[in-house]
Design a protein around this ligand. Sequence first.
Ligand code: PEP
Ligand code: MG
Length: 315
Amino acid sequence: DREAALAADTAPGATSDGHPVQLLANVGTEEDARRAAPTAEGVGLFRTEVLFLDQATAPDAQTQTALYAGVLEQFPGHKVVVRTLDAGADKPLAFLSQADEDNPALGIRGYRLVRTAEALIQEQIEALAAASRAVPGTELWAMTPMIATPAEAADFARRARAAGVATVGVMVEVPAAALKAADILAEVDFVSLGTNDLAQYTMASDRLRGELSDLLSIWQPAVLELVATTARAGLDAGKPVGVCGESAGDPLMALVLTGLGITSLSMAASALPAVRYAVRHHTREQCERIASAALSARTAEEAQRAAAGLVADDV
Ligand code: PEP
Ligand code: MG
């Protein structure tokens, strides 16, 4: 049947006219990585905090290195984008006693931890570099979350490069970072859009509040515009811009993102077959037309309808 045929197709992502779009997996554990390996071209988001969610004490450097190496080993010859700890707000860590914040989503989370727990961040960066040396067959790309300014991106890049990480990037998930994507890209080798948080912060809508799901839609014109701005900055700089939020796993949105010039889409491994199929059945130019139709809309519904009206029936 269709499901089985789609799952059996593991070719690299590309439009029907051969424009490549890397199809990557979001993983949190070695087991996730092992399961994703047959269908993904690599990992676009390794959420390292998942390894530590139930730990009472901070893992030491050696333990961290072994855990990261375990994931890298699942993707010989491929890239694995490892994200430094994204603790705080919706992802609290037991061993990191964080101040009781009134607005944790706007507080010390992601790379901002460098302000209050610098040793922990530094140790993780060094453990990542050590894991990369231990598994030389896999390309480790290091990135950090919750970046708002080019200066923060430069600070992470300096630390990661000093530790010996070859490819360094940051997430674009705060509107300020999307607006200044060109200046951020001047500091790093790549960026990856976290559309879950980008929607949350653009629309000032808690990502965990189901009642606000209409506002949190990536199809919201304001969110789409920030994604387009970031993609354009990547094209201008000649540097990769990926998407690793849940939106990348929606086949229709994947076509919009491809049309905007996004170079990789990272998603739950289960979403890869349908996205691969959708991308494979459209040309780059069709994707561009789908993207401009979505970008010209004035509401989320209109954007989605406009895009849907231009795609092949079975996507
Ligand atoms: C995102 O914010 O879109 C993202 C990929 O990161 P997380 O969902 O882990 O915050
Ligand atoms: Mg995020």
